[in-house]
Design a binder for this molecule. Sequence first.
Ligand SMILES: Cc1cc2nc3c(=O)[nH]c(=O)nc-3n(C[C@H](O)[C@H](O)[C@H](O)COP(=O)(O)O)c2cc1C
Ligand code: SF4
Ligand code: SF4
Length: 304
Amino acid sequence: MGQIELPLFRVRGMYFSGTGTTEKIVTTVAEGLARAGSRAEDPEAAACSFAKAPDINFTPPAAREQVYRFEPQDIVTFGVPVIAGRVPNVLLPFLNTLEGGGAMAIPVVLYGNRNFDDALIELRDILEAQGFRTVAAAAFIGEHSFSRVLAAGRPDGQDLRIAADFAKAAAAKIEGLAAEAAGQDGGSGQGQPLHEPVEVDGEEPIRPYYRPRDRQGNHINILKVKPKLDAAKCTKCGICVEACPMGSIKPEAPGVVDGICIKCCGCEKKCPEGALYFDDEGYLYHKTELELGYPERKEPNIYL
Ligand SMILES: Cc1cc2nc3c(=O)[nH]c(=O)nc-3n(C[C@H](O)[C@H](O)[C@H](O)COP(=O)(O)O)c2cc1C
Ligand code: SF4
Ligand code: SF4
């Protein structure tokens, strides 16, 4: 009897991550999927097999100048942080250039223990509109960009275990879909089951961006806020230059923010000298309000 060719899927993570929390979860899920789907020890039982491909980190501005094209054999775990309850709006022009090409996608958002509001439903819809087929999704919790106490150290060991279990369950679902597709086309492995986007929490129409308020209930506008430099502490190491996803810290003037700042806090948290800081009153009020208002540990939401 001839050998049956199993459909081979290429598994990778793709993420934007200012302080690294999104990166941690996306890479854990992508690695877990590849492990769960490789199944070399039991090829008889498998409907497909998975191989790991390199992850795509689109945090650096240069990485968002390329067009990324995918194929039906790709499985992309796609992650962004939640900003103001939504997908970061500075990423929208880039996200609109993605060419999903029928690849499977697993949208993932990381939020700082307040709420992910409509970020996951928005990311799912964007990926679907770009030609991906969303098959599973998740919202995880990461240390809040603004804070060192709100969801401090997350994702932690428990989150990573949940991410690994999620990957296993998603791999099993994908295998089921592959088996269904093989059944529909008489075993050639080329068939596509009817696709329904994964159901996630969130509202449609998608709500406006979350806006913080002061004690009197007035909106706090932090759009123009950026970190300041304590020049006496700065060693000009250049770590912040590399960290800034907006390219707003130039190599000629390390530590000096000159351009758009999305308050991702990558520069501030990665600076080994603690030379970067925020002193805007409204920003600091909002940070404290978040720390006091959301002390209870939230747990990841998984959608399969
Ligand atoms: C400008 C800004 C707005 C944010 N808005 C929210 C929010 O609405 N809800 C929330 O829970 N976390 C919010 N966060 C926190 C991040 O979503 C969270 O810390 C995430 O883990 C950061 O991911 P990263 O480490 O990959 O950058 C916000 C962070 C920033 C920088
Ligand atoms: S990371 Fe800190 S010490 Fe290094 S150049 Fe930037 S501000 Fe200076
Ligand atoms: S300057 Fe703003 S956008 Fe750039 S790394 Fe720092 S906080 Fe993030």
